[in-house]
Design a protein around this ligand. Sequence first.
Ligand code: HEC
Ligand code: HEC
Length: 323
Amino acid sequence: MVGEKLVEEKNEGLSRRKLLVGAGALAVGAVTAGGVLGVNPEVAFSGENVKVVVNGKEVTGAVPASVVKGTTVAPVRPVAESLGAEVVWDKAAKTVNITGKAAGSLSVPAWPWPYKKLDPKVVKKRGYELYFKGGCMYGAAAAILFTLQEEVGFPYTTIPGDMFKYGAGGAVSWGTLCGALNGAGAMLNLVNKDYSKVLNELIGWYTEYPFPSKDHEDYCKFKNQVTTVAKSPLCHASVSLWVNAAGAKVNSDEKKDRCGKLTGDTAAKAVELLNALVDGNFIAAYKVSTEFEHCMTCHWEKGMDNEQGKMNCVSCHDDHTKK
Ligand code: HEC
Ligand code: HEC
């Protein structure tokens, strides 16, 4: 997976080594006298020819790169030029002048980043699988991120999926915003200025969806699981309702399978909505349920304006207007 391996392969059995330079090293400061920082030459034998790969593309010169006394020696020009730097040979001074951006000054493309329509089915399965590697927020964000890394490449290759691990269990198990929503939301925000209307729709959809879907039956661990509607974007409500309906525990494999499916379902829905937005046929279908619509009329900004949030009031408060 692209997002997980931007560094060198460490398979000792290979005679030709692959040296991958991640986009993080996309600065000429990273290219030293023939050597390339960020690679570990010790895994190759001295004198052995090695492959140099910059941002996924093999770089070749008149002379192949090799390992000399533990240092990778590669032709400077093709490596530096592949990183967008200018290389000038000053014959009189016997100096190679390389002009590029200073280390660490890699310019970040303007927001939003270019989105390419993704296949919701691919993202759905990937979200399920990645859930088991880093939780719900990681699973949802990385399902979209890693697919964009493959489909688009840079600048998505500069984001580590691991940064989304904090959202697991509604932020380090606090049970607040479902991590799948949080992760999908981060990616929606990255790729579209209209993220708020898409995320609003996604959260509304989530609160009314009977999770988990049956779309994972071919590869999941627990088939045909019980479904519940949380009426809330909170991990707390979503998980607690489900485990009680399923007769399972929060820390059980059944619950993990359910949340893995939910992660895939939510990431796929985010991609569906985003694709529709790009195609110009996005529809905001979510409507506030009649259960709490009237609460808003009095407590929201046109009334008393003394309540923050769009969550279903009656899942926590009694309706004091009904006696
Ligand atoms: C017709 C207007 C109206 C509607 C509809 C309404 N409220 Fe209220 N609500 C009030 C007023 C007025 C108060 C009292 C405000 C005060 O005393 O500061 C209040 C107070 C509250 C309080 C604070 C309770 C307390 O003891 O101070 C809560 C919580 C609340 N409402 C929730 C809801 C919920 C949930 C709904 C929908 C199911 C709802 N309200 C619908 C007008 C309304
Ligand atoms: C996830 C549960 C939850 C949801 C959903 C929720 N609330 Fe609350 N609400 C609380 C909690 C907790 C408090 C803090 C005060 C308390 O402990 O009573 C509170 C406080 C309030 C207060 C102030 C009460 C006071 O005594 O001053 C109002 C008014 C209120 N909520 C209205 C609403 C309305 C209207 C909605 C729906 C749009 C809503 N709440 C949705 C949990 C919730």
